[in-house]
Write a protein that binds this ligand. Structure first.
Ligand SMILES: Nc1nc2c(c(=O)[nH]1)N[C@H]1C(S)=C(S)[C@@H](COP(=O)(O)O)O[C@H]1N2
Ligand SMILES: [Mo]
Length: 160
């Protein structure tokens, strides 16, 4: 996926679907954030630095009453998130890590960054959000991982 082919869409229960290409995303106000990230398999990485656009900035461009979002990626990966957890200073679509372009291995050109949830929620190679009224499980959430995934409550797996 090159920058020229990349786009990000908000689909589903919205008044009208919106799509950004790479240049349009780069033209939006960006911020640099330093966050700790927590993988479900128990590693954490402290003070990682990212640059990107708040998910809220994108969601502001649609009218929706949907409470849930399914992030979807190239390759078919999905992960579900409550819309409320994507607002404000909680979630970004990021294209830089540690001062340089986000490497393809780590989700480049663009990945989701939702540091308050386990890192499986931070979809790599993200291409959009599909909004729904009902919560649906994404890839890992259908395969034993917790539907919400709060690292502070150690919500790793079904039943945690
Ligand atoms: N598209 C996609 N995103 C993904 C995954 C994946 O398999 N595919 N794995 C998740 C998991 S389980 C983790 S821990 C992180 C790993 O990110 P990293 O490769 O940058 O360390 O990406 C998350 N996002
Ligand atoms: Mo993970």
């Amino acid at each position: 996926m090159t920058h020229a082919d990349w786009s990000f869409a908000i689909t589903g229960e919205v008044d009208s679907e919106v799509e950004w290409n790479w240049d349009q995303l780069r033209a939006l106000p960006a911020e640099e954030v330093t966050k700790d990230i927590h993988c479900v398999t128990k590693w954490s990485k402290l003070d990682t630095t990212w640059k990107g656009v708040r998910v809220e900035t994108l969601l502001e461009q649609v009218e929706t009453a949907a409470e849930y979002a399914m992030a979807f990626s190239d390759g078919g990966y999905t992960t579900n998130l409550p819309v409320a957890g994507l607002l404000g200073s909680q979630a970004w679509v990021v294209y830089e890590f540690d001062g340089g372009p986000l490497e393809p291995e780590h989700g480049g050109p663009v990945r989701l960054l939702v540091p308050h949830l386990y890192f499986w929620k931070s979809a790599k190679w993200v291409r959009g959000l599909h909004l729904t009224a009902e919560e649906e499980p994404g890839f890992w959430e259908s395969n034993g991982y917790h539907l919400y995934g709060d690292p502070w409550r150690e919500q790793r797996y079904w039943g945690d």
